[in-house]
Design a protein around this ligand. Sequence first.
Ligand code: PFF
Length: 450
Amino acid sequence: MTNGNGNHRGFWKTRLGFVLAAAGSAVGLGSVWKFPYITGQNGGGAFVLLYLACALGVGIPIMLAEFTIGRKTNLNPVGALQTLRPGSWWVVIGYMGVLAGLLILSYYCVVGGWTVAYIVKSLNHSLDRFANPREAGGYFASFIADPLEMIFYHAVFMALTVAVVFKGVHGGIEKACDVMMPGLAVILCVLMVRSLTLPGAMEGVKFYLYPDFGKITAKSVLMAMGQAFFTLSLGMGAMITYGSYLSEKENLTSSTVYVVGFTLLISLLAGLVIFPAVSFAKLEPTEGPSLVFSVLPIVFSRMPLPTLVSTVFFVLLLIAALTSSISLLEVVAAYFIDQLKWKRKKAVSVMGAVIFLLGIPSALSFGVMKDARFMGMTFFEFVDNLAANYLLPLGGALTAIFVGWVWGTKEAQKEVERHETQFHFVEIWAFLIRFVAPVAVAAIFLAKLF
Ligand code: PFF
């Protein structure tokens, strides 16, 4: 299909296809793996509230802004900003997005690899022989310390991502999301019921839902904001790119609300699975990146048909991770395809290989490189912190300033209303995008600094 800019791009087939794909990008390891572990590290309930405030007050307006830029221009983020303000430096938002995509994908594939490995380990019954909860944690720790297994599964996950993006985002994604989304919601509900009925579960629920603001530091506020950008795939142009494949008939405002609503639902459910099981097993919620993988086998082993349940769960999580990783690679690839005129296959395979190599130190960060420090963090933590807590919020704040003050909320409103009769709540949105989003990001950065 050819768009107004004269280049060939596919479009989502159906309205639902677009919402599902955008939700597919948002829902992933960020909700199921990262949200529980950073909530655990940052004191529980109060962190959850901060995260929700950032997602609703800053995430929703920026997502709508990204969709609007994408649909207006039908271009990748770099091309989109060049088109809207030719010759200006705003295009830097696009370049920062490509860089953030590259960095995030490099360690995302490592964790994606863990899910592939846990499918294999479920099927060969390695996960259902633990005598006590501590053994499950120990098993995971020795798995992620093994350099060969880590690099192997990292490569497998990257290969899967490359294979899908090779074909372009449309073919596989819409279908994969059709099955994954409801599937993931259902299995998380089932696991939640099991977790909540374990002895001692209520202590975990209390930790998760009862806010203790005494535990909040400038660092946790920064992480809550970073997590809002990370889970909603904002601040690096992924939603500009997905919006660029959108035909004119979509309702952007309601699509935004569906995507954010579904992502928050999955995140909150994941917490309700993990924390009751943490207190049941008398584990520490502060355990870090291994939390979810150490705790889940405990839940599975107390259910009927544990092998089946854990296999289905990790397959769904793998699909969720893939529908996110393809959006990360797509942002990087779309830049090389649209701007540098590379062929899709070349862009995807070359960048896939580069990102795989960049991810190797992250893959080794739990074993041979676990004592190497980069500004006091492991390589894995360093890249995650740089991309999720700094690059994404910065990219998001610049997008908000661009739309709010440079391109203008009136122009954005026109685009939103191109097919919608009316953009309800436009004043509230304009206020959030012009003032709240940039000021919140700046204030949080400053608070962290001093
Ligand atoms: N939102 C994804 C997740 O939570 O797993 C990660 C992600 C995808 C972040 C795409 C940023 C992005 F552009």
